[in-house]
Design a protein around this ligand. Structure first.
Ligand SMILES: Cc1cc2nc3c(=O)[nH]c(=O)nc-3n(C[C@H](O)[C@H](O)[C@H](O)COP(=O)(O)O)c2cc1C
Length: 188
């Protein structure tokens, strides 16, 4: 059976870490990504996210140096023409008392869904992204002037893959290892 348009996007998505330095990202494409994030579902419809779209090269350089102390990870992101700083405000949820309901970090789930909406909207438009979580949140907050109560869920570099090349697919666990029906269990 032929994959649906959504399934094709999901199948083709890769984490892209090398970008075409001479090809900028069109503003309209970014706006489609941001609209996809804005429409994401969230617990109690709290929409606790905020996205800072960074094109400024000086700020991008600061972000690319925002690895945790002693680690030199993710420096490559400076070459992405755009980096989206994906912020979330846990206090918003607490304010509505829902953050304390059940033992769940709702805001983490909320922002993760919104970011993935953006990732898929980028993929659909031929743009590569890579979710980056290995970051020192304080350094990121400083780079974009975010207040202290804001958590940084991810940095999302966006751009066209270098030489039009998409990385190979990474292995996934087989279906029977991650799914069971009617009763929890691992198939042999
Ligand atoms: C929550 C999260 C955090 C991640 N953090 C990083 C990171 O800091 N640096 C990086 O290079 N990749 C990061 N990745 C990308 C993963 O390494 C990647 O998704 C995984 O290896 C599967 O590869 P694929 O996305 O190409 O399918 C992260 C992904 C997720 C979902």
């Amino acid at each position: 059976m032929e994959a649906s348009p959504l399934m094709s996007i999901i199948q083709e998505r890769r984490s892209v870490r090398t970008f075409d330095p001479d090809r900028d990202v069109e503003q309209e494409k970014l706006e489609i990504m941001l609209e996809a994030a804005r429409l994401a579902p969230s617990s109690n419809n709290t929409q606790p996210w905020h996205f800072v779209v960074v094109r400024n090269p000086d700020v991008r350089k600061k972000l690319s140096a925002a690895a945790p102390a002693g680690l030199a990870t993710n420096k490559w992101m400076a070459k992405a023409p755009v980096i989206i700083v994906c912020c979330v405000q846990p206090a918003l949820l607490e304010h509505r008392a829902i953050g304390q309901l059940m033992d769940k970090q709702w805001y983490v789930m909320d922002v993760a869904i919104a970011v993935e909406h953006m990732v898929l909207a980028a993929q659909e438009q031929g743009l590569g992204t890579c979710w980056l979580g290995w970051i020192d949140e304080r350094k990121v907050r400083r780079a974009v002037g975010a207040p202290r109560d804001v958590r940084i869920a991810a940095l999302l570099p966006v751009g066209y893959p270098k030489n039009g090349k998409w990385p190979p697919a990474k292995k996934r666990k087989p279906m029977q290892e991650v799914v069971s029906w009617d009763k929890f269990g691992y198939s042999q």
